[in-house]
Design a protein around this ligand. Structure first.
Ligand code: FDA
Length: 507
């Protein structure tokens, strides 16, 4: 398989085999293991029993990607997995239970910022930290609304929607797209004009891995003030946390769109007593005095004081959100560090809330979290710009919800027993929340990948299997995604465990 792939790859790229072999790794290559591990971000999928790819290809140009697609197609028994930053929570970019290749785009990392036109071309293999840093190099009053973790890859993040702490002001990352470049199933390199609006719509939140290989996006930059404010306020279960979380539900999604207040809820032990800590972590696109007086009126339960706030530049706020406590003293170059081959064990799930959880519901939730012991929740407020955008403007349908819940559990040392315990905590808490969250379908965020929702074997039941997770992630937009998929990739070459299926007739 390796030899036939390499021969084809060398012919299509018009490069001598000896040279192009530097970008095609077989399992016997001395670098294979480090190339594979570099972008494994969840240690659950880095065990000796995890099936490994037969070949890893690391293209250095768009035409290499095109050649890799063309040369993979004849190898019918293999699935091509596409990996940019490797942050898929369930590892779908680098694992498979079938024989597979990895197309690893981490070398395609150009970020080209043009302040005059308020735009940037960002390559799929760039990280969000690189995007933020390159914008900051050119301007201190421009930014881009995307995720808070700097090592997340552009390819997966934007193809799946992408959000960060400016979403109430500017929407999702995909609400700020101008153009895109992909390699389609025929190996053609297409831009927005040549791919057409349907396919452009589909790759603006409908997930990577279903329609083609995204090479990059052209994005709109957004204006950020020279000084922004961040703060963190914590309360415990026995001293105001229940009231704070309860009230947050009516303030977080309704307040000034310049303010994003994330709520973190975590079981902890304090003074030898098991309790729950609720923390509001916030970004305000403005000055400290203004947010303090705003929240004194709207959210007295938070008891925000000026001394809780720190003013800084937008880039420093991104560092602060990435847990650089002394963000104003931190060299922004840390955003260029990719932290390769660093992974802990983890599991994520998600939910959406449309009506506030009653106070007694929050009390019972806290008790359940103490009983479970480790799993935490993150509430991300919507409203603002999010609520103004039509549910079918992009494949991401959850526009009118109050907030999103992320279920989050990480652990450092593992064994099958330990893993089972933590995965079970996630399942039990998710089940406990059933009465408080969206139903028919119970919604989820694609970028918080969760294979528990359902997987696709791509056999004769592919459409039915796809509908289960597809409706959760995309609601009614699933139908249009299926139509696009059927038109652009009827043979279902681009597929993974949760990709968009073709219409049944084409199966
Ligand atoms: P990865 O390479 O694993 O790809 C993810 C999926 O996209 C896979 O199915 C893959 O095949 C496909 N894909 C990747 N590149 C592609 C390409 N070029 N063309 C076609 N398909 C492609 N999300 C969020 O919205 N806001 C946030 O703040 C965060 N924060 C966060 C922190 C941490 C620590 C993690 C691990 C994850 C997040 N996420 C997040 C979720 C993140 O947005 C999601 O996992 C993205 O898909 C990751 O993109 P990568 O390119 O890194 O992943």
């Amino acid at each position: 398989v390796y030899n036939s792939f390499l021969k084809c790859f060398s012919e299509k790229t018009k490069s001598p085999q000896a040279q192009i072999a530097k970008n095609v790794f077989s399992q016997s290559d001395p670098s294979y293991s480090s190339v594979l591990r570099a972008y494994i971000r969840n240690a659950r999928f880095n065990t000796s029993s995890t099936r490994k790819p037969t070949i890893i290809v690391t293209p250095r140009s768009d035409s290499h990607v095109s050649a890799a697609v063309i040369c993979s197609k004849p190898l019918k028994n293999f699935v091509l997995k596409i990996r940019s930053g490797g942050h898929d929570y369930d590892g779908l970019s680098y694992i498979s239970d079938k024989p597979f290749f990895i197309l690893d785009l981490s070398n395609l990392r150009d970020v080209s910022v043009d302040i005059a036109s308020n735009s940037a071309w960002i390559s799929a293999g760039a990280t969000l930290g690189e995007v933020y840093y390159r914008i900051w190099e050119k301007s201190k009053i421009h930014g881009f609304p995307a995720g808070v973790c700097p090592t997340v890859g552009v390819g997966g993040h934007l193809s799946g929607g992408g959000y960060g702490n400016m979403l109430r002001k500017f929407g999702l990352s995909v609400d700020n797209l101008i153009d895109a470049k992909i390699v389609d199933v025929k190996g053609r390199i297409l831009d927005r004009k040549s791919m057409g609006e349907d396919l452009f719509w589909a790759i603006s939140g409908g997930g990577g891995g279903s329609f083609g290989v995204v090479l990059g996006y052209k994005v709109k930059l957004v204006p950020v003030p020279p000084i922004v404010t961040v703060f963190r306020v914590e309360q415990y279960m026995d001293s105001g946390a229940v009231d704070m979380v309860h009230k947050w539900q009516s303030v977080g999604p309704k307040t000034d769109p310049n303010l994003f207040m994330r709520m973190l809820i975590q079981p902890v032990t304090r003074k030898k007593v098991k309790t729950v800590r609720a923390s509001v972590v916030a970004l305000f696109l403005g000055r400290a005095n203004d947010v303090v007086s705003l929240l004194r009126k709207e959210f007295p339960e938070l008891a925000l004081k000026k001394e809780n706030c720190t003013e800084m530049s937008w880039l420093q706020s991104a560092l602060w959100w990435d847990n650089h406590v002394n963000a104003t003293q931190t060299d922004p170059k840390v955003f260029l560090d990719r932290n390769l081959d660093s992974a802990s064990f983890g599991k994520r799930k998600s939910d959406y809330v449309a009506t506030p959880i009653p106070r007694n519901g929050i009390e019972s939730l806290f008790k359940k979290m103490i009983e479970l012991g480790k799993i935490g929740l993150v509430f991300n407020p919507y409203g603002g710009k999010m609520a103004e955008i039509a549910e079918d403007a992009t494949p991401f349908p959850h526009r009118k919800k109050l907030f999103k819940i992320q279920y989050s559990v990480n652990w450092k040392e593992s064994s099958p027993e330990i893993e089972k315990g933590f995965l079970n905590q996630a399942k039990v808490l998710h089940s406990f929340m059933t009465g408080f969250v969206s139903k028919s379908p119970r919604s989820a965020y694609l970028n918080y990948r969760d294979v528990d929702i359902g997987v696709n074997d791509h056999g004769k039941n592919s459409y039915k299997e796809g509908e289960v997770y597809g409706r959760s992630y995309f609601g009614k937009n699933f139908d249009r995604l299926v139509k696009v998929k059927t038109a652009v990739d009827p043979g279902n070459f681009f597929r993974n465990e949760q990709s968009i299926p073709t219409l049944p007739i084409a199966n």
